[in-house]
Design a protein around this ligand. Structure first.
Ligand SMILES: [Zn+2]
Length: 193
């Protein structure tokens, strides 16, 4: 992995916040990975289209984002992964090989299902805890971003869309470089090796 920071956005698309986040990323020429939820992407195919057409990457965050995903039986785990692939891959016209489990927990059942499908988990190195609404503490956590980090954010949260521009602007001023499309493609290619 290069020095670039990769921003990842989970749990969208959201009809209000995702377009705001896409605007900010576009303004700064940054590309990110969106771990979308299958049913939400089906409800907002136009936002999914925008994510793809603006050069971002899409990851599998399961069809329904069950909070008990890691506790489901193997068959249901496989079903959640496959339903996403079947529903979303035709919309983005490509195979989606990267995965992030809901809540981030994995276990041998999930690992087996992913291995069988040649899919890889993308974890994170900076957790923003952006579900807490305090913008100041969110900013101070994010300002700890170091080169080569993978940052976990959520594109369904208003506070995340609110602070994104300031976070990127301040980080760039400190010399942080964010991923472009080529960096993302290379990153995804490498982890799938
Ligand atoms: Zn999630």
């Amino acid at each position: 992995m290069g020095p670039e920071v990769i921003l990842t956005f989970d749990d969208g698309p959201d009809p209000v916040q995702t377009p705001r986040i896409l605007d900010t990323l576009q303004k700064h020429g940054i590309k990110a990975i969106f771990f979308v939820i299958g049913y939400k992407a089906q409800n907002h195919p136009e936002i999914l289209q925008r994510i793809i057409s603006e050069g971002h990457s899409v990851g599998n965050h399961t069809q329904n984002h069950s909070l008990f995903f890691a506790m489901l039986h193997s068959k249901k785990i496989a079903g959640e992964i496959d339903a996403f692939s079947q529903n979303i891959e035709p919309l983005v016209s490509e195979k989606i090989t990267i995965f992030r489990p809901p809540i981030g927990y994995t276990n041998p059942k999930i690992a087996r299902a992913l291995k069988r499908r040649s899919m890889k988990i993308v974890a994170w190195s900076v957790r923003s805890y952006d579900s807490f609404k305090n913008r100041e503490s969110l900013m101070s956590r994010l300002m700890k971003t170091r080169p080569s980090s993978i940052v976990l954010l959520h594109d369904n949260l208003e506070q995340t869309a609110d602070i994104l521009d300031e976070y990127i602007t301040q980080s760039k001023a400190k010399g942080i470089i964010f991923a472009n499309q080529e960096n993302l493609k290379k990153f995804i290619h490498e982890i799938n090796k």
